[in-house]
Design a binder for this molecule. Structure first.
Ligand SMILES: [Zn+2]
Length: 243
């Protein structure tokens, strides 16, 4: 019995050492439309972390390694359900239209950084927005300039560039100047071995049809062309490693 346990443990750790960082998802990737849209009650792990099990475990490993190197990874945002995203969307929609923007201008402004409810990678329990809790920061923390040279997260960014993929986390919205869709988000990482199969399933959905069933502020202005471009640019024009 003991020997069998030993063999099992030994082969499992051997496997972990030899496989590339993105492990193919071996269990049933049968994600429901509700789960892909953030409307399902999914099991999440870690207080204040809220990720799917495997992503949570890898996140803890990364956090530990970062800590040893002098960085205190803080989760700014991880899992968000559809209704949370809907509140973010509607708050911005009201603010921008009250500022005098037309509905279409407001929508274009919102989707610089925020997703349409039901289309966020934060619905999946695989994606995180992180910062370093050590430096003193004034103003908003999710600001690309803060991760640049001279910014409070410059060294943390360097650490992530070198280490995040060892733990299976990849930058989603890169600073590639040819990339369209969401702007550069140096804080947003995705746990690839789960999010890749989830995106594969997500791509099979009819987003236009699903959006036409929704009834949040501004959704009546979505046209076929708008949704088509949004899917191409905002959902699919990401770090190609994650496709
Ligand atoms: Zn994010």
């Amino acid at each position: 019995m003991k020997r069998r346990t030993f063999i099992k443990t030994a082969s499992a750790s051997g496997l972990a050492c030899t496989l590339p960082p993105i492990l193919p998802n071996m269990y049933d990737p049968d994600y429901s439309t509700a789960e892909l849209m953030g409307k399902a009650d999914i099991e999440l792990f870690g207080e204040g972390i809220n990720l799917k099990k495997e992503a949570y475990e890898s996140f803890l490993e990364m956090k530990k390694a970062a800590y040893a190197d002098g960085f205190d990874i803080q989760m700014v945002s991880s899992y968000r359900d559809f209704y949370h995203q809907e509140r973010i969307w509607e708050r911005k929609y009201v603010r921008f239209t009250e500022d005098g923007m037309s509905p279409l201008e407001a929508i274009d402004k919102i989707i610089e950084y925020s997703t349409i409810p039901g289309t966020s990678r934060h619905h999946w329990g695989t994606d995180i927005d992180i910062i370093d809790g050590n430096p003193k920061v004034t103003g908003g923390v999710l600001d690309p300039d803060k991760f640049e040279a001279g910014g409070p997260f410059e060294e943390f960014k360097g650490w992530l560039d070198e280490n995040s993929t060892k733990y299976g986390f990849y930058l989603v919205y890169t600073n590639n100047p040819r990339r369209r869709g969401f702007k550069y988000e140096p804080w947003h990482y995705s746990y690839a071995s789960i999010s890749i199969p989830m995106l594969t399933e997500y791509r099979k959905l009819n987003i236009l049809k699903l959006m036409q069933k929704e009834n949040f502020l501004g959704s009546e202005h979505f046209t076929t062309g708008f949704i088509k471009t949004y899917v191409q640019d905002n959902i699919l024009d990401i770090n190609p490693v994650l496709l």
